[in-house]
Structure formats: C-alpha cells, structure tokens
Ligand binder design. Structure first.
Ligand SMILES: Nc1nc2c(ncn2[C@@H]2O[C@H](COP(=O)(O)OP(=O)(O)OP(=O)(O)O)[C@@H](O)[C@H]2O)c(=O)[nH]1
Length: 340
C-alpha cells in the first residue's frame, strides 16, 4: 500500500494544482454532469490540506478544506464511491456542505488513478437530493475519469518533451560555443575568428567606420617553454588571454591564430587608435609577470597592425600584417609596427 507521501508526490509530478481552467477538462466535467444528470460535477484533486478543483460545474468554488471533503473518503477505497443520501451516512452527518449551503445530498466519485495505481482525486457528480446512478451512468463516469487521467498524462508528456527540447537547445548552444573556442585560453579559435574576420571584411563597403587588425606574437616563447616547462608556457598563454581581455573592448574580438600567435579585430577603430590600445597591451604585458610559482617569468610581445581596407583582399591584408609583424620581430621585438 502506497503512502500518502507517495500519493502527494505523484500528484505534484503532474503540475496540475493551481493551474488555470482548461476547456479540455471543463468539457469532461460538463459531460459528467450531463451523463449523470446532476447539477454539479467536479474534477477534484486531494492535496495535503485542501481539495482543489481543476474544473467544476454548478459549485462556484475552486477549493475547500480537506476536512469537509467527501472525495477524501472516496480515494481511500477502490472503485466508484457512491453516497446515495449523505444525511443517512454518519461519516458526513456534521459536514457543513451537507447541513448547510449548498445542502449536498448525493455524491458519486470515480477515481483519478495514476498508472502506478495512486488515486489523485476524483471526477465526481453531486446533487441536492438523494438519488442513484444507473449501471450505464456509473460506467460512463468511470470512463470520463480515465479521460481526465489521459489529459494529465498528455500534459506531463508535453512538459517532458518541452524540457527535453530545451535541454537539447542548451546543449546545442554549448556545443556551438565549444566549437568556436580555443580550449586553453577560452578565446575564439582560428576557425571562428576567420569566419568573423571574413564577414567583417565583406561588410566593410556597407560600413563607413574603419576597422583595424592586430597580429600579436609572444617573443621567445620557445625559450620560455624550454626554460620553465610547458606548463608555465600554458600559464603564460592564459595570462596573455586574461590581460588582453582587460585591455580590449568587449566589441573587439581576440582569437588564437596559432600556438603563441593571436589576432585581434577592432571594429570602429582606425590605425591611430588601434596603435594606442596595442601599445597599452604590450607595455602591460611587459610589466606584469606570469602568475606562476616563482620564478615568475615576464614576457613581451611583438605586434603588427593594419587598418582594413575595401581595396585590399583579406589574404593580402593578412600577408601585409604578417610582414609587419616580421618587421617588429626584426626590429628587436617588444614593439608594435603599423603597416604602411
Ligand atoms: N606551452 C605551450 N607552448 C606552445 C603552445 N603552442 C605553441 N607553443 C610553443 O610556442 C613556441 C613558438 O616558438 P617559435 O615559433 O620559435 O617562436 P618564439 O620562440 O616565440 O620566437 P619569436 O616569435 O621569434 O620571438 C614553440 O616552442 C611551440 O611549441 C601551447 O599551447 N602551449
């Protein structure tokens, strides 16, 4: 025998309590009243302290306390619960719904039973005078109660499907982010950056604003790896990414182009302004040691800078940028060179 806690937990899983009226449930309540020829019909769920009505015909309330609930008795037994005359039944003698308004005299409730056999409530019909239900009416009332449960199951399935679709969307979004992200630094990876750069370059003609591109390469990174180990090398790359994120604006995109080479797209920025930002990054890096266990190495970067132009193809732009970076390396590193 299932416990009351199990029954209430099952009821909660349907998320039906305190939901608004729904015509599909109202139709069943109407049908129950019609089939049984009663003025009152209710789709009723027995909560922990109240009975709550998903749908009601002829009663005018949506819930009542549990201690005056006839349905609370109905769900404690098997099959249809019929009280032909409530005044004759000592269990309901003092019930205010019977002794006072609305003076209920007849009750018949068909159980709303889950597939696991837990009774959540009833589909019940009531009258203001004693009466009996025919076999046929009893059969139909039970059939309508099963339809209420089908609606509940349908609602639950729909909710589960919606949750699954939502999970799927979130997973898809996470995968899209992962596919576009460099796993070590969390920056845009080469593929994502290339796509963005291509798109931005294509839109240059329709934009009146300038845009600049930086190619940043860590100096003597092989030496740093050799001297301090690969792990410190990785820490240095992370350190670079963190500082770069602070220096550039949120509208700028930083991408890891290769091992220790990075590209930054600065929309709405001409070469003069881009140079100021590039130099800020360069000097910040040179004065901020990599936060690893001592000894903490300091690293420098060489930077090439080019302003995007509608008259220069993307590949030509990247070639020019690469050449400019090479000049910065040749010129002694730890410096920014602007393509002319
Ligand atoms: N720790 C670490 N090292 C990397 C990673 N990717 C590339 N590298 C290393 O970066 C180094 C790049 O070396 P080089 O291309 O010779 O450049 P460099 O030593 O920085 O010399 P210059 O650019 O001329 O100043 C190589 O030793 C790579 O193994 C990485 O993800 N983690």
């Amino acid at each position: 025998m299932a416990s009351e806690q199990q029954r209430l937990a099952a009821l909660r899983r349907y998320h039906i309590l305190d939901t608004p009226s729904e015509s599909s449930f109202d139709d069943i309540a109407q049908l129950a009243a019609y089939v049984c020829d009663t003025p009152v019909a209710v789709i009723n769920f027995i909560d922990d302290r109240r009975q709550w009505f998903k749908s009601e015909v002829g009663l005018g309330v949506r819930e009542t306390p549990l201690d005056i609930s006839i349905c609370a008795h109905a769900i404690r037994q098997e099959g249809l619960f019929v009280v032909q005359d409530t005044r004759e039944d000592p269990r309901f003698a003092g019930n205010p719904l019977i002794t006072g308004e609305p003076y209920l005299r007849f009750y018949a409730g068909a159980l709303l039973t889950t597939p696991e056999g837990l009774a959540l409530g009833t589909l019940c019909v009531l009258d203001y005078q004693p009466r009996i239900l025919s076999e046929r009416q009893q059969t139909l009332l039970a059939a309508l109660a099963r339809q209420v449960m089908r609606l509940l199951e349908l609602g639950r399935t729909n909710r589960q499907q919606a949750e699954m679709l939502n999970d799927l969307d979130q997973t898809r979004e996470k995968l899209a982010v992962l596919a576009a992200t460099d796993p070590l630094t969390g920056l845009a990876n080469r593929r994502a950056f290339s796509a963005l750069l291509k798109q931005h370059h294509q839109q240059l003609t329709s934009r009146s604003e300038p845009a600049s591109l930086l190619m940043i390469d860590i100096d003597y990174f092989k030496q740093l790896n050799d001297d301090y180990g690969h792990q410190v090398g990785d820490d240095a790359l992370l350190h670079f990414a963190r500082l770069a994120r602070n220096v550039f604006r949120a509208t700028d995109t930083i991408g890891r182009w290769g091992g220790e080479e990075f590209l930054v797209l600065l929309p709405n920025t001409d070469a003069d302004r881009a140079l100021v930002v590039a130099e800020r990054l360069r000097s910040t890096l040179a004065s901020t040691p990599v936060p690893t266990p001592a000894p903490q190495p300091t690293m420098t970067v060489s930077i090439g800078l080019v302003e995007l132009s509608t008259t220069r193809s993307l590949s030509a732009t990247l070639k020019r940028l690469d050449d400019t970076l090479y000049q910065a390396k040749q010129g002694g590193r730890n410096q920014t060179r602007v393509a002319i």
